[in-house]
Design a protein around this ligand. Structure first.
Ligand code: GLN
Length: 200
């Protein structure tokens, strides 16, 4: 299956996700048959099998989603969503900040800045459920956590502050930044699950 991957390009780590997905596709031998491109408007979503919602500033991304009339189209998007950091905040059903209108695509309650401010950013090798090849070197920048997750959501990794990685159907949400490390295992896992789902 060819996969067309959009990266929501309103604010944040857009080019990093484009590069990471291109590297992941190359590792999976799909580099020539698949495309990765920027998404800014509702019509762009029609071309996507998957969408990345990058890290950045969730209040800003939420405002720009409204401005570009993307809220409803994102809520009804039928593909898989790979959401990191601010993206994870947007995927939730509830977040502790009234300025953000979440998409409600993963039933979880998120604490936006659970590890503190920018200067409290850190890196850690964390275990990810079912990920082959050992722990994942995760980069946390003003990272959120899920304080509660609903039934049917698979917790992939948890730290003292809360849940930092989940899978739900075709979606994956991570509170850290896999697009900033050269390890593409999580991007590949997301794509593999999407392709397996679509071929059954
Ligand atoms: N916690 C930040 C926010 O809610 C996200 C930080 C990030 O994406 N690096 O906007």
């Amino acid at each position: 299956m060819d996969v067309n991957i959009g990266v929501l390009a309103l604010q944040g780590n857009v080019s990093e996700h484009i590069d990471a997905f291109r590297r992941a596709l190359h590792m999976m031998g799909r580099g020539t048959s698949s495309e990765v491109f920027e998404v800014r408007h509702p019509g762009d979503l029609n071309k996507c099998d998957a969408l990345a919602i990058p890290g950045g500033e969730s209040t800003t991304i939420s405002r720009l989603i409204e401005k570009n009339h993307l809220h409803e189209p994102l809520c009804t998007f039928s593909g898989g969503i790979f959401a990191t950091c601010a993206g994870m905040v947007l995927m939730a059903t509830y977040v502790d900040d009234v300025r953000i209108r979440t998409l409600g695509l993963i039933d979880m309650v998120v604490d936006r800045n659970a590890f503190g401010r920018q200067k409290e950013s850190f890196e850690a090798d964390i275990p990810i459920e079912g990920l082959e090849g050992g722990p994942f070197h995760a980069i946390f920048i003003r990272a959120p956590v899920a304080k509660w997750v609903g039934a049917g959501i698979t917790v992939l990794s948890r730290m003292n502050q809360g849940v930092v990685a989940v899978e739900y159907g075709k979606h994956m949400a991570l509170s850290f930044h896999p697009e900033l490390s050269c390890d593409t295992r999580l991007h590949e896992r997301f794509l593999k699950k999407l392709c397996d789902n679509n071929s059954t």
